[in-house]
Design a protein around this ligand. Structure first.
Ligand SMILES: [Zn+2]
Length: 257
């Protein structure tokens, strides 16, 4: 029950990807400490303030977001803009742009060409079976990323330890992507979103894939889980984020006129 076994590191109240961080990227996952982040379907001023505070803390002008709809649409962004396009993955070839994906059990997928584009995707069971991670890779490669250089990281999400689905859904998963990531039981199956997305990325030619391996429900981190929401149904959302510091960067206290 301790996040100490995670490949990701806890620091300053957030979780960080070592492999993407080593490339000079700002890459990680927020916790409850930064407040709820999503805003996709129930926009609130508080969540907008939380995102703005996060961006400022990370040294970016804002967070580029999409209205997540559990599909496989990928959009290119040049910075934060509204209204958010409906999509489940976004990428950019610009420095100084912070990409954000909201998640509270779904997998935040972070992909980077160390010398080129970066992108993020939102992969729950639906997005995983619709191969949104593969769609992101193909769109980034078409946009100039070098496939053989790509490095990917799967952030915290609900793990195979806790994610069980009923037989009807398991059959649908098997029909769409095969049953390699399903562990069938009497009344359904445990669905391993981490191995399913890692397999997709590997098949898309990504050689280096880091898996945080931290379950949002049982991993012991200070995280919200949709499946672990309280009896009142309330829960929050973390933000998986990825950005390359650059010209649009405006660190707190060092703004030039
Ligand atoms: Zn778990």
């Amino acid at each position: 029950m301790t996040p100490a076994t995670s490949a990701w590191a806890a620091r300053d109240g957030m979780l960080w990807s070592p492999s993407l961080g080593a490339l000079g990227l700002v890459a990680g996952f927020t916790t409850r400490a930064q407040g709820s982040m999503a805003g996709s379907h129930h926009p609130s001023d508080e969540q907008a303030r939380n995102r703005a505070a996060l961006a400022e803390r990370l040294g970016f002008a804002g967070v580029a977001r999409v209205k997540q709809v559990h599909g496989r649409e990928v959009v290119r962004v040049e910075g934060p803009r509204e209204p958010w396009p409906a999509a489940d993955a976004l990428w950019t070839d610009r420095d100084g742009v912070l990409l954000g994906i909201a998640a509270a059990d779904c997998v935040p997928v972070l992909v980077a060409d160390p010398l080129g584009p970066i992108g993020v995707a939102h992969a729950g069971w639906e997005g995983t079976t619709r191969r949104v991670a593969a769609a992101l890779v193909e769109t980034m490669v078409a946009g100039g990323a070098a496939r053989e250089r790509l490095v990917a990281a799967l952030g915290p999400s609900i793990g195979p330890c806790c994610y069980t689905i009923d037989e009807a859904r398991a059959s649908l998963v098997a029909e769409r992507i095969g049953d390699r990531s399903l562990r069938r039981g009497r009344d359904g199956a445990a669905f391993d979103l981490w191995s399913a997305n890692a397999a997709q990325l590997r098949e898309a030619g990504v050689r280096e894939i880091e898996i945080a391996g931290l379950c949002t429900l049982s991993g012991g981190g200070d995280l919200w889980s949709y499946r672990g929401r309280g009896p009142d149904g309330r829960y929050g959302t973390q933000l998986g984020f990825l950005g390359r510091p650059g010209p649009a960067r405006s660190p707190r206290g060092s703004r030039s006129s």
